[in-house]
Write a protein that binds this ligand. Structure first.
Ligand code: HEM
Length: 539
């Protein structure tokens, strides 16, 4: 009946489908032959499917193990790999400078556009255009100046107090607290800190696990799709796919995830509106917490007060909301992974743990003394433990794609304009040219007096947990503050032991015989454990 009305012949349906398939198959075959044999990158080595389709990288990103996979590929194919029809992965310190160096003619890959929540409203993190980024970075940097950082210290310390209380909360008669999943607990701390620093009030996840902890779940689940899309540049380049990217995201989300994400968006919008209104009423920017005689503000307080140096304009409400969301996401998950990672390695290396405790106990005479300043800066072993944890299990372990704006030479290879390239962080952090025994946790590798200046310089040239150049992490000093204070206070005051019943949870065996803190890469990382117990050291 329908066939009669629209006037088509049923007998032609099958042949038409066959013709359509043949045309599609022919197109794919011709394109693959082009990519494989005639494309400017055709001579570069790499897995067969990676050379003809981005779906190869997309699939490995979906597994969350693409950083470990790239490490294997670089071992097999050498320092340059074609990891997509128009994508090249490099594994050398020279490539780090050639790709991410501040003056190089590259910008963030179109894949980042797929991360936009609505329309074309870019944030500091997602912006691709260099001049937009430069202006936004100048405004945002007010929130990360030395003065701003000093104003955050008491807020961070207050949350660490709460965190330390929890470590031995349900302690038994022997003084050992109950086993804790440190990934979850550290996330409670860092999300609370970011809530307090961005909006002027902590989420209080540490106090009430059932309260706003959905914020953590919302961000973990939203990151799963983001972690894949950033490896599929077609979402940023093709306008139709860009418009329907929300449907792609749904593939990764359960109804509960959707509910959490919706609630997080509503909460962040409400807090941004309230905070902006406060600032407009000139009540913000005043002291939030009075401590150490430092006037305190939160990050939005600094940013709302800042103006564009050229136009003199303030950020709009939707821009501020966008930046606030990004700060919560970029600042919480990364810092909590670093903290859990450091605790994973310390809990499994008692000699290193004791050396660190000795340094802290000879520098400070009580835990209360542990504040930012000269004394903590003099704790070189603490610094090296953190550097080494960030090397071993970097919170951003994958490859951060940059697109060449013009033909550009990277590590001696000419990258045509429009091609994406990058250096996978896990691979270079475990490269034997820069790190002796790279799968061993060894903070001494950062000490010139032990391994020599040359070895440390080589290691530093390949250490990129925060990335380098103009797109490097703006929150690095804040992350350092949180990491040094929290670790110093834990190790100063608590004994640590591994919950043996869960020793293997959240552990990766990338190289036989070496266990590592596992990160599931989804632009940032999803982690579990370590499961640890704590006991207060008697004074
Ligand atoms: C140990 C903790 C952290 C690590 C390992 C880390 C790592 C990184 C990396 C690798 C990038 C570059 C991303 C890219 O190119 O796509 C980045 C950018 C960024 N990070 Fe962090 N981050 C950390 C903590 C923080 C904190 C605490 C904040 C904010 C409070 C923050 C805010 C940002 C922002 C806004 C950007 C974008 C900067 C720009 O494009 O100009 N991060 N971070």
């Amino acid at each position: 009946m329908i066939a009669q009305v629209v006037g088509f012949d049923k007998d032609l349906v099958l042949p038409s489908i066959l013709v359509a398939f043949s045309v599609l198959a022919g197109y794919v075959a011709i394109q693959s032959i082009y990519y494989f044999y005639f494309h400017p990158l055709a001579s570069l080595p790499g897995p067969f499917f990676a050379r003809i389709t981005d779906l190869y990288g997309g699939y490995h990103a979906w597994t969350g193990r693409h950083h470990y996979h790239l490490y294997e590929l670089h071992k097999k194919y050498g320092p340059v790999i074609r990891y997509g029809p128009n994508r090249v992965s490099f594994n050398s310190a020279t490539a780090v400078k050639d790709i991410y160096g501040a003056t190089k003619p590259l910008r963030k890959s179109a894949g980042y556009r797929a991360l936009l929540l609505s329309g074309n409203v870019f944030s500091l993190f997602t912006s691709i255009d260099k001049s937009f980024h430069g202006k936004r970075r100048r405004i945002m940097s007010h929130g990360f100046s030395d003065a701003a950082l000093r104003s955050y210290e008491p807020i961070v310390q207050e949350r660490i107090d709460k965190f330390l209380e929890i470590l031995t909360k349900e302690a038994g008669a022997d003084g050992w607290g109950a086993s804790k999943n440190m990934s979850r607990l550290c996330a409670g701390l860092t999300f609370d800190v970011m809530g307090a620093l961005v909006f002027g009030q902590p989420f209080k996840i540490l106090e009430d696990e059932s309260g706003l902890s959905y914020v953590i779940d919302a961000i973990i689940s939203a990151s799963r799709s983001v972690g894949v899309m950033v490896h599929l540049p077609v979402f940023g380049k093709n306008n139709i796919l860009f418009k329907i990217r929300g449907l792609f995201r749904l593939l990764f989300l359960s109804l509960k995830d959707l509910k959490n994400i919706k609630a997080f968006l509503a909460l962040s919008a409400k807090l941004t509106r309230e905070r902006t209104a406060q600032e407009a009423a000139k009540t913000a920017g005043e002291d939030i917490v009075k401590a150490q005689g430092v006037p305190n503000k939160d990050i939005l307080g600094w940013i709302l007060a800042a103006t564009d140096p050229e136009t003199g304009e303030h950020l709009s409400l939707s821009d501020v909301w966008g930046e606030a969301r990004v700060l919560i996401i970029a600042g919480s998950d990364t810092t909590s992974t670093s903290l859990s990672g450091a605790l994973y390695y310390l809990s499994r290396n008692p000699v290193i743990l004791n050396k660190l405790r000795t340094e802290l106990r000879t520098t400070f005479s009580s835990e209360d003394e542990i504040w930012p300043g000269q004394k903590i800066n003099s704790c070189s072993y603490l610094k090296h433990v953190i550097e080494e944890a960030l090397r071993m299990s970097s919170p951003v372990g994958g490859i951060l794609w940059r697109e060449a704006a013009v033909d550009h030479v990277v590590q001696g290879v000419t990258i045509p304009a429009g091609t994406d390239c990058g250096v996978p962080v896990y691979s270079i952090h475990h490269h034997t040219d820069y790190f002796h025994d790279p799968h061993v946790f060894n903070p001494d590798r950062w000490d010139e007096n032990i391994v020599g200046a040359e070895a440390v310089a080589a290691a530093k040239s390949a250490w990129i947990p925060f990335q380098i150049g103009s797109r490097g992490c703006i929150g690095r000093p804040l992350a350092n503050m949180e990491l040094t204070l929290t670790l110093a206070r834990i190790i100063y005051s608590f004994e640590i032991r591994v919950d043996e019943s869960k020793r293997g949870v959240g552990q990766a065996d990338v190289i036989p015989g070496h266990t590592e803190f596992e990160t599931k890469d989804q632009l940032t990382a999803e982690t579990t454990g370590p499961f640890l117990q704590f006991k207060k050291i008697e004074a």
